[in-house]
Design a protein around this ligand. Structure first.
Ligand code: ZN
Length: 179
């Protein structure tokens, strides 16, 4: 079990666009396992490799109550978006901030699984929102980008102040689901 360090907004490395995984080998599977450990420990319901400063298009998600349905997506690609969903989102890279974001509520996507096998899936509701949020991370995008400039500046100032005050942000253990 390895817990990886999570980058916090406004760290510029969160703006990196991740590279496609060319071969799904043991090192990629190890990364996915470490990302799952990190996500469960945080706790969160999704984590993208970009958030742990790894430049690979890999995402882990588990939206189940029992935390026993891990989903690994390698090189995920959205094929279809439908409908509109407004949901309050949080992010392990933007601790303590929860804002409503509008996204598609039904998506179809293609990805590779942890054995490198391609598959397609559909998702709606929370799962659809979570997948869109994580794919945004791989493209260097954060949920705060959907907010007004004013709000984003306030969030940046708040987090920078907290990061100056303490190296470990004491937020985390709230009842919010954090993706
Ligand atoms: Zn996030």
């Amino acid at each position: 079990m390895a817990i990886l360090g999570i980058l916090h907004f406004p760290d510029p490395r969160l703006r990196n666009v991740a590279q496609p995984v060319t071969t799904v080998d043991d090192s990629v599977r190890q990364l996915l396992d470490d990302m799952l450990d990190t996500m469960y420990e945080a706790p969160g319901i999704g984590l993208a490799a970009t958030q742990v400063n790894v430049d690979k298009r890999a995402v882990v998600i588990d939206v189940s109550e029992e935390k026993d349905q891990p989903l690994c997506l390698i090189n995920p690609e959205i094929l279809d978006l439908e409908g509109v969903e407004e949901m309050e989102e949080g992010c392990l890279s933007v601790p303590g901030v929860y804002e409503v974001v509008q996204r598609a509520d039904h998506i179809r996507l293609r990805a590779l699984d942890r054995n490198g096998q391609p598959f397609e899936m559909q998702a709606d509701g929370l799962m659809a929102v979570c997948i869109q949020h994580e794919i945004d991370h791989l493209d260097g995008k954060l949920f705060v980008d959907y907010l007004s400039q004013l709000k984003r500046t306030r969030i940046r100032n708040k987090l920078e102040k907290e990061q100056r005050q303490t190296s470990t942000v004491a937020d985390a253990r709230s009842s919010h689901r954090v993706i």
